[in-house]
Ligand binder design. Structure first.
Ligand SMILES: *Cc1c(COP(=O)(O)O)cnc(C)c1O
Length: 392
């Protein structure tokens, strides 16, 4: 369904359905290949003279329904689904970064999105500069004659730093760069980068868009046909396509995106207020709190404050471990954006192998906790934290 006249939640639910029998949900076309009616039909499909399906790596009705839906929600020309969020990231890099190209990006960007550039794309002569993109001056200074891409993530975790997408679009286009925005943390319900001037937006749909912690999946949406065609061609050739069953699950999760985000956000606001006044908390980062340093720009480009919180415990590593070992409702797990609340203490969990110095270089302080708020009863979540903080 493409009508821009309908509201966001209506468009989430009434996706275009390729089924001829009238099924209420998009069926799972669990097939690798599609039979041609005759040799002429096959020839026309391959020549692009007739629309149709050939082979699932190239395209599949279930996957296409999801691509059309997310592209519509992001207000883009077209979507390209991938097997994971990182599949989306690497497909975008492969499409737009050639030999000797330079990319400017957010320093606190999703770790593997930076790692793949610094550890692998260097083999092809790709250069990179990572800066705090919340300060636009840093971006201007980092641009070189061979810069091809500005790749930002906003808000970025754990700092929750917010980058001005509209200002980035202006700078990127002045210098002939493509602006790519990782919109995973907001979902199109809270932020639509293409409407603010970005060229390409990508998602780890593993997080908010699917929202049920049962699959990994990615999506790329381009504003213009030219970029869309280039991205699709790259994805098909690299073979990082989505599976039809994955697409079916994301279509199912997508229907409740707006009510999930609203509820999680409502919970997050109450939890942030509770934490801000707690004596064992050194600082807390959550958009909308008076102490949050990026409220002005957050208000300008986000339609809400989201459900991701980071905070620092006064008691350092030990306090972090004690918090982890005493929460009973929140799950101790990485990832975010699901219906279940997740808690993570990087210094003792994901980043425990790194030295304190190396951790702090990437903004991981000893008492840092990342908290992805779910849609449980907020009283239970607050009580869970209140109880566990007694041990910190
Ligand atoms: C999780 C995540 C990714 C990577 O997605 P996967 O689905 O895990 O491959 C990329 N960007 C952000 C911001 C993420 O949170």
């Amino acid at each position: 369904m493409e009508s821009k006249n309908f509201g966001f939640s209506t468009r989430l639910i009434h996706t275009e359905n390729p089924d001829a029998l009238g099924s209420a949900t998009v069926p799972i076309y669990q097939t690798s290949t599609f039979a041609f009616k005759d040799s002429d039909h096959g020839a026309r499909l391959f020549a692009g003279e007739e629309k149709g399906f050939i082979y699932t790596r190239i395209g599949n009705p279930t996957i296409e329904a999801l691509e059309k839906s997310v592209a519509d929600l992001e207000n883009g020309f077209g979507g390209v689904a991938t097997g994971s969020g990182m599949g989306a990231v690497t497909t975008v890099y492969m499409t737009f970064l050639g030999q000797g190209a330079h990319v400017v990006s957010t320093d606190a960007v999703y770790g593997p999105a930076r790692g793949v550039i610094e550890n692998h794309f260097t083999r092809f002569g790709v250069e990179s500069t990572y800066v705090n993109t919340a300060d636009i001056e840093n971006i201007k200074k980092a641009i070189r004659p061979n810069t091809k891409m500005l790749y930002i993530e906003t808000p970025s975790n754990p700092t929750m730093a917010i980058t001005d997408i509209e200002a980035c679009a202006k700078i990127a286009h002045q210098h002939g760069l493509i602006l790519v925005v990782d919109n995973t943390f907001c979902s199109p319900y809270l932020q639509r980068p293409l409407e603010l001037g970005a060229d390409v937006v990508l998602h780890s749909m593993t997080k908010f868009i699917n929202g049920h912690a049962d699959i990994v999946a990615g999506m790329i949406v381009a504003k213009e046909k030219k970029n869309y065609d280039a991205i699709r061609n790259m994805m098909v050739n690299m073979g990082c396509n989505m599976d039809p069953h994955q697409a079916y699950l994301v279509l199912r999760g997508l229907k409740t995106l707006s009510i999930r985000v609203e509820r999680a956000q409502e919970n997050a606001k109450k939890i942030a207020e509770f934490l801000e006044n707690h004596p064992k908390i050194e600082w807390i980062m959550y958009p909308g709190l008076k102490s949050f340093p990026y409220n002005e720009i957050a208000k300008k480009q986000m339609k809400g404050t989201g459900s991701m919180i980071s905070f620092e415990l006064k008691g350092g590593i030990e306090a972090g471990k004690n918090l982890m070992n005493n929460v009973k409702v929140a799950l101790l797990a990485v990832s975010l954006g699901g219906v279940e609340t997740l808690i993570q203490h990087p210094a003792s969990m994901t980043h425990s192998k790194l030295s304190k110095e190396a951790r702090e270089k990437s903004g991981i302080t000893d008492g840092l906790v990342r908290y992805s708020v779910g849609i449980e009863n907020v009283e239970d979540l607050i009580e869970d934290l209140r109880h566990a903080l007694e041990f910190c």
